[in-house]
Design a protein around this ligand. Structure first.
Ligand code: FE
Length: 159
């Protein structure tokens, strides 16, 4: 009888199925039309979250904000960062050395000519900012440099 499935073919099937699964796991769960996003978000949040723009440094609501609580995505409300991971990087934007597990997605961004790692919300795909390797050495060494207008702060007592 003719052999249809050889071991190499089976192995490739398993690998490609695994890749497809992985892609599905990273797909965003919240999808809306551009009109819906425009209607729901402030103009600035829309430009940042949906168009990948950046707020001017030292102007954001949470740049110098150090209360206890949680920072959620302004687009979909997913928990992104905890106040204990926020630190004063003096870069002009809110900075976090770590994020809530699974809350972020990453992409490569060539907007300024050099590759940077773009940070996106894993739930709605909204652009949040970028992550750099110049964060606090005593913790993660990472600086998640995030636009205030992409975030919504929730004080600890309301959590
Ligand atoms: Fe989101």
């Amino acid at each position: 009888m003719k052999k249809i499935l050889n071991p190499t073919f089976l192995m490739l099937m398993v690998i490609s199925f695994g890749c497809a699964q992985k892609q599905n796991n990273t797909a965003v769960k919240v999808t809306k039309s551009e009109d819906q996003w425009k209607a729901e978000l402030s103009e600035q949040s829309y430009r940042i979250l949906r168009k990948g723009e950046t707020e001017r440094p030292f102007t954001g609501e949470y740049d110098k904000h150090f209360e206890d609580g949680v920072y959620r995505c302004a687009g979909c409300n997913q928990k992104l960062f905890m106040s204990e991971n926020k630190y004063d990087s003096k870069c002009g934007w809110p900075a976090f050395d770590n994020a809530v597990k699974g809350s972020l997605k990453f992409d490569v961004d060539y907007k300024i000519g050099i590759p940077r790692t773009e940070v996106l919300c894993s739930n709605c795909g909204g652009h949040l900012g970028h992550v750099f390797n110049d964060g606090p050495k005593e913790t993660t060494g990472l600086r998640h440099c995030i636009n205030s207008a992409a975030l919504e702060f929730e004080p600890k007592e309301n959590e």
